[in-house]
Design a protein around this ligand. Structure first.
Ligand code: PRX
Length: 634
């Protein structure tokens, strides 16, 4: 039973962890037994990291939505499944019960079928944080369609690229969305994207903002029209444990975004178990994760994990800064939130606000605080712990990735003694390895190196959609028989883990993963740009910000105007979140004799740390370094 695997004391965590390593198959099959399977699995695990191939609960049959919805109906039918808090606090919030959610999901699942969607078809979902987004996700899972949710802050180019990569047959979107005092015209963005997407046959459009939009005859259907006459039950498609559940794109250090593939059985088991174990969720508690469902955090810990666990999960449409920087705290009190889970970048922004915005709220309902997405600095950790948790709430710093599907390293709320800025200890079933420069595992306790995982866990991504070789090259080729995370990590004398940040060319800006190549390619599209190099540099609130070094064909006549054009270009091609904070025009980029850009030097210049540039003797063009330093000071 899953219950026996949920630690209730710190000693128990160690016992459970040991058990999970000694007998992983026995451990996970006991947990998996607590779910509804239409047919039990024949074999728990098969794996080979050399290929790489990983399969969990082989031969098992299930539908994840039966576990998220149907199985709760008898006991919890009237319990709130989703609390929805709208962008505008003056508008009413919604409480959607498990029964109601089940009906809505079934109706929309029938609508999808009615519009030609079948098991295995890919459906792109590009929506604001409204309940229909969760409904659309679950409806896809209900009929075995593979959802690919694209965050509604991405540009039309990024959207069409993702739609085409997985040849989606349908897009589900809305006329627009609210974000603070702004309206995003999402359907316009979809219209532009679809000019380039031959695979899309239908587009279902939810009315949210009521602004006038174009509807294309034969392709576009209003959500309400699609729902008209749909019955309130839809027989779930019986899926194989290893059938695709969803694709979610994440930025890579090179090339186009990677469509990470997650499958049904293992993902369900792992996200539910880690949700219950890490947060120590208790029946009837209100849980609020502030992420967007467009990211993995929203998939695993707003939708699937909490709903499978029968929890009450909140969806928030707005932003933390509107109508003012007290919105999160006001909302915690309004809905008596017990578990609050957000990102360090939000914490840092709110920490700088007027303290009265926190002090005027009780925040007494809070029991657990969580963070995710990037390393949390000690100052932010303390503020969160002391001012928001009033010293009474454990802070669970959860380290994980789109690729891992669920928490990998995290304290167990209230059990694991926490240490600021440390993600602490591995989850049961997670076998970590810190690797040195030469590719050897560092066995000692106090070590620093690259973080790898040496044994499979149920929710790991199975491949990159359409490119298994890239999956191998990116994650399994660096260290033999190990999954390489791309992160650096330190282990201390107590065996606690502290993530030190990315060691590749992925930059995490305000919690969003951005690949340098994507931004560089966008800037290179400008007719006066010959070559660009993008690096990250530390930023007070966003954690990191983007610094672009741009080599132009002609010296710009008006630098400010060109900067504006470049920002526009990045915004249009990648999305507003990828806009550089600083741009420097240069007459060349520092390169090695083999022509590789020396990013190490650019990083130092961006940090303003030009005293200590290290060895530049191997540069093809050492003169350029002086120019960079002069420009930076200017
Ligand atoms: O560098 C790590 C950082 O975010 C990366 C994964 O990003 P993404 O796939 O977008 O998933 C984010 C949400 C799970 C990691 O490789 N990261 C995530 N959580 C933490 C973190 N870095 C430090 N501490 C964390 N708690």
């Amino acid at each position: 039973m899953m219950k026996n695997k949920i630690a209730r004391t710190f000693e128990e965590y160690y016992r459970i962890y040991r058990e999970s390593v000694q007998d992983p198959e026995g451990f996970w099959s006991e947990i998996a037994n607590s779910f509804e399977w239409r047919k039990p699995w024949d074999k728990v695990l098969e794996w080979d990291f050399m290929k790489p191939e990983v399969q969990w609960f082989i031969g098992g049959k299930l539908n994840i939505t039966e576990n998220c919805l149907d199985r709760h109906l008898k006991q919890k039918g009237d319990q709130t499944a989703i609390i929805w808090e709208p962008n505008d606090p003056k508008q009413p919030s919604l409480h959607i019960s498990y029964k109601e959610l089940h009906v809505r999901v079934c109706q929309f699942a029938n609508a999808l079928k009615n519009n030609g969607i079948e098991k295995g078809d890919r459906v792109c979902i590009y929506m604001p944080m409204v309940p229909e987004l969760a409904v659309a996700v679950l409806a896809c899972a209900r009929i075995g369609a593979v959802h690919s949710v694209v965050f509604a802050g991405f540009s039309s180019r990024s959207l069409s690229e993702r739609i085409n990569d997985s040849t989606c047959k349908m897009v589900v979107t809305s006329d627009g969305g609210y974000r603070g005092d702004k309206i995003l015209r999402l359907k316009d963005i979809v219209d532009e994207a679809l000019l380039e997407c031959p695979s899309v046959e239908k587009c279902i459009v939810l009315e949210r903002t009521g602004e006038s939009i174009e509807m294309e005859d034969g392709r576009d259907i209003w959500w309400d029209d699609a729902m008209e006459g749909m019955t309130d039950f839809c027989e779930p498609e019986i899926m194989d444990s290893e059938d695709l559940l969803f694709i979610l794109y994440t930025s890579g250090s090179t090339g186009k975004p990677k469509g990470m593939v997650h499958t049904c059985g293992g993902y369900m088991v792992y996200t539910t178990y880690t949700f219950l174990n890490t947060f120590q969720y208790k029946p009837n508690e209100v849980y609020w994760c502030t992420a967007d469902i467009g990211w993995i955090t929203g998939h695993s810990y707003i939708v699937y994990g909490p709903l499978c666990a029968g929890a009450t999960t909140m969806m928030f449409e707005g932003v933390p800064s509107w109508p003012d920087l007290g919105r999160f705290w006001e909302t915690v009190d309004k809905h008596k939130v017990n578990i609050f889970y957000t990102a360090p970048t939000a914490i840092r922004a709110l920490q700088k606000a007027d303290p009265a915005l926190v002090e005027k709220h009780d925040l007494d309902s809070l029991r657990v605080l969580g963070t995710v997405g990037e390393p949390i600095n000690e100052e932010a950790w303390h503020w969160y712990h002391d001012k928001i948790g009033k010293g009474n709430c454990p802070v669970v710093d959860t380290w994980w990735q789109t690729e891992t599907g669920g928490f990998m390293i995290s304290p167990i709320a209230g059990l694991t003694p926490t240490k600021p800025a440390f993600a602490t200890l591995p989850m049961p079933g997670v076998q970590l390895a810190i690797m040195d420069q030469d590719g050897k595992e560092e066995k000692g306790n106090v070590v620093e190196g690259r973080l790898c995982i040496k044994f499979p866990w149920p929710s790991m991504a199975r491949t990159i959609y359409g490119d298994h070789k890239r999956f191998y090259d990116t994650y399994f080729s660096g260290f033999s028989k190990k999954y390489f995370t791309g992160d650096g990590c330190r282990r201390d004398e107590e065996g606690y883990y502290r993530i030190t940040g990315r060691v590749d060319d992925v930059i995490i800006v305000a919690g969003h993963n951005l690949g340098t190549a994507e931004i560089e390619n966008a800037i290179d599209e400008h007719e006066n740009v010959c070559e660009t190099a993008v690096v990250g540099f530390p930023h007070d609130i966003k954690g990191n910000a983007i610094y672009a070094f741009v080599n132009t064909y002609h010296k710009p006549k008006d630098e400010e105007a060109l900067k504006g054009e470049i920002l526009d270009l990045v915004s249009r091609i990648v999305g507003p979140i990828a806009k550089p904070e600083k741009i420097m025009f240069v007459s060349g980029l520092p390169k090695t004799r083999s022509g590789k850009i020396m990013r190490r030097i650019l990083r130092k210049v961006a940090e303003g740390n030009t005293q200590d540039l290290g060895d530049i003797s191997t540069l093809l063009n050492p003169d350029i370094v002086e120019e960079l330093i002069d420009e930076n000071i200017r």
